[in-house]
Design a protein. Structure first.
Length: 128
């Protein structure tokens, strides 16, 4: 699970849970909950972890597959996997675009419904 892999990263990098909480600006209890498997970690915190450790293999972090860290020669040659850092960012952009499109659809539906309400109110007023 991702929580145990985060523990491994902290051990390898020599960082305590308290230091991680300070870096992420979250409570130590939150970090303890994540690492003990009682809390969930979101994409923002995963991105913070990857930002803090650029040599961290995101594919390994998410799936446990591959090496924990890229060696210095491979850091720029990250394999393009479903969970590679660059593909995760592409996916994030796609999600944002999908959400934007959905918001636009909702706005259009809202406009149509507002027009329908006006029509119904007019009919109601004409019959009263």
């Amino acid at each position: 699970m991702i929580n145990s892999r985060i523990k491994e990263v902290l051990l390898k990098k020599g960082i305590s849970q308290g230091e991680l909480a300070d870096r992420w600006k979250v409570s130590r209890q939150y970090i303890n909950a994540i690492l003990s498997g009682n809390g969930s970690i979101g994409i923002k915190l995963i991105n913070k972890l990857v930002d803090a450790f650029p040599d961290l293999n995101l594919n390994w972090l998410l799936t446990g597959k591959g090496d924990m860290f890229f060696d210095s020669q491979n850091t720029m040659k990250e394999p393009e996997t479903e969970y590679s850092n660059s593909n995760l960012l592409k996916s994030k952009e796609e999600v944002i675009q999908i959400q934007h499109d959905y918001i636009e659809q909702l706005k259009n539906t809202l406009k149509k419904l507002e027009k329908e309400i006006i029509k119904l109110n007019n009919k109601l007023n004409n019959h009263v």
